[in-house]
Design a protein around this ligand. Structure first.
Ligand code: SF4
Length: 255
């Protein structure tokens, strides 16, 4: 499989960065919150030692008071107990808050949050997403939120990019997207949302499954599952085209 493209961050092509600069960017300017919070921490080290490690890149060593302040900011009311604790002594919600605090401690410019609420209940989900949103506003940090939940995307995102088979199918301002999705896959996603009062038989289904990243498939990757499939779709893979109003769509028949 041939993989092409580039990843730019503040004008720097990360593919061409040397390992030393990459390490600096990853440990301070771009931080990541993983899906399974419990798997992101070491079970045999205290939170304090892991917190110190996560903030070792700071020019000035983080003081105990500084750690408390960041943990408070992440919604932890008893930071002294949490810093002394081991992983098994904390709830999932607290672990996720600790990870958010660790990520925020270096004042990143970009936080990538990969399904940060996939393993928590609905109440905690709202709290954690609300926390990320308020920290984002206060610190003017960008958040790249990866989610399968369209309602979460609608509520928290300024822009949306819908991915299919590793490619952007559509990208748009959030409100424009929800008012009028253009790509057939986006339309299916919208129609598949379960809402109160909607009957199961009214929810569309789609045959087949997403192709693997390296699977050779001529034409459009969504073709085998698309109800709008036409001749052109099988001949060439559509480009991501600018359709105006700051929107892009990867479809031959987006109109
Ligand atoms: S290019 Fe064709 S197959 Fe692909 S999404 Fe558009 S209409 Fe469907």
């Amino acid at each position: 499989m041939i993989v092409t493209g580039n990843v730019s961050f503040e004008g720097i092509n990360l593919h061409e960065s040397n390992p030393e600069s990459l390490k600096k960017i990853r440990s301070s300017e771009i931080r990541y919150i993983f899906q399974e919070p419990a798997q992101s921490l070491n079970p045999v080290a205290t939170i304090r030692s892991q917190f110190r490690r996560a903030t070792a890149v700071l020019p000035d060593k983080l003081t105990e008071e500084g750690s408390f302040e960041i943990l408070y900011q992440a919604g932890i009311q008893d930071p002294a107990r949490v810093l002394r604790a081991y992983l098994h002594q904390l709830s999932v919600g607290t672990i996720q808050r600790v990870l958010i605090a660790m990520a925020l401690a270096t004042k990143p410019k970009l936080l990538i949050a990969d399904e940060p609420t996939s393993s928590v209940d609905a109440l905690l989900r709202l709290q954690i997403l609300g926390l990320l949103d308020s920290v984002r506003r206060e610190s003017r940090m960008a958040v790249l939120l990866i989610t399968h939940d369209l309602e979460v995307a609608r509520r928290y995102a300024d822009r949306i990019a819908v991915l299919y088979a590793g490619r952007i199918a559509e990208s748009s301002d959030t409100e424009d997207f929800f008012c009028n999705p253009r790509h057939p896959y986006s339309k299916l996603l919208m129609n598949s949302q379960i809402t109160f009062g909607k009957r199961l038989e009214d929810i569309p289904t789609v045959n087949g499954s997403t192709p693997g990243m390296g699977e050779p498939l001529p034409g459009c990757k969504f073709g085998p599952r698309c109800h709008k499939l036409c001749g052109d779709c099988l001949k060439s893979e559509p480009e991501l085209i600018d359709v105006g109003h700051d929107r892009k769509v990867r479809c031959h028949c987006w109109k």
